[in-house]
Write a protein that binds this ligand. Structure first.
Ligand code: NDP
Length: 282
């Protein structure tokens, strides 16, 4: 039931119609019987600043932020959580009663969740290197999660070496930068290879073949549209265990849900199946 005292949360993007977040959050809200609702907001880039400003001091308690607004959301917030600071991008905004906006980034939590829930419960890198493809916002947010999962080193491989080098700066050797030409060399000995590029999204763009990763290396793709990307299909063909991007999406949503409503989502709700149906993958 939604009363006049309902808490309102939502996702803001441009476009936003493809977002699975309303499906996920509203399933959890319903299961918990919360007086709340989660709404998609389609907001063009030139309207984003005034949109956010207009929500200060209203009954909107929080927003997820998707493309192309993640950087601007980070810049406009009054206060940044550690993950938003590290990634320089925000996917979760909490509107406080004093009209201030707190920004954070739960993508790293989502990645950690996906690696822990994926092919092996509580998976750890066991002090082996992890290869991270891409040097955008999602890659920046992934590094803490990979450190927490026991990576000895994060090898960032990007088509623009300068972007990878920028990401590696300040990590004291824990993050190293590599050119795409050296992708297979970077994969030697890796415990996992994580695709944080948008290559493969909607079947567009592709990544080079990887043949040098050890057989037990986990291949994880952040892209979940399609669910079985060519990156993951090739990994399966090479005999690697795989984790898809939907696990990460659900993991980041769970942390955002807690930030908005102060409770964790109920475990018994099978939001993965709901999402698979919406993606036409069930
Ligand atoms: P950004 O636009 O910030 O970064 C994209 C990165 O991908 C850049 O490094 C870009 O390189 C690189 N890239 C794009 N196309 C190619 C290509 N064909 N070959 C090599 N590199 C390429 O996006 P985000 O970091 O925010 O997101 C990356 C992906 O992760 C997206 O597909 C997004 O949907 C997904 N994602 C999934 C989440 C989940 O919950 N599953 C959460 C967050 C993101 P360059 O700078 O040279 O253009």
């Amino acid at each position: 039931m939604i009363t006049g005292a309902a808490k309102i949360a939502g996702v803001v993007g441009w476009p936003v119609a493809h977002s699975l977040s309303p499906l996920i959050h509203n399933a959890w809200i319903e299961a918990l019987g919360l007086d709340a609702v989660y709404i998609p907001f389609a907001v063009a880039p030139d309207a984003f600043d005034s949109f956010l400003d207009g929500l200060r001091g209203t009954n909107v308690c929080g927003l997820n932020v998707t493309l192309p607004h993640k950087l601007r959301a980070h810049d406009l917030a009054d206060e940044l959580g550690v993950a938003a600071m590290t990634s320089r991008a925000a996917n979760t905004l909490v509107f406080r009663p004093d009209r201030t906006i707190h920004a954070d980034n739960t993508d790293g939590d989502g990645l950690r969740w996906a690696l822990m829930q994926g092919h092996e419960r509580n998976w750890k890198a066991q002090q082996r290197p992890v290869v991270l493809l891409g040097a955008g916002g999602a890659a920046r947010g992934a590094i803490d999660a990979l450190a927490e999962r026991g990576a000895s080193e994060v090898r960032v491989v990007a088509r623009r070496l300068a972007a990878a080098e920028q990401l590696a700066a300040g990590w004291n050797g824990f993050v190293t930068a590599h050119d795409f030409d050296r992708l297979n060399v970077a994969c030697e000995g890796a415990a996992a290879v994580v695709n944080a590029t948008s290559a493969g999204l909607n079947g567009l763009g592709d990544l080079p073949e990887i043949s040098a990763a050890p057989n037990d290396a986990v291949f994880m793709d952040m892209v979940y549209r399609p669910l079985k990307t060519s990156f993951l299909r090739r990994a399966v063909a090479h005999g690697h265990p795989t984790v898809d991007g939907l696990e990460m999406l659900i993991g980041q949503a769970a942390q955002s849900f807690f930030a908005f409503f102060g409770v964790f989502p109920p475990q018994h709700v099978d939001v993965r199946t709901l999402c698979l149906r919406a993606l036409g993958e069930a």
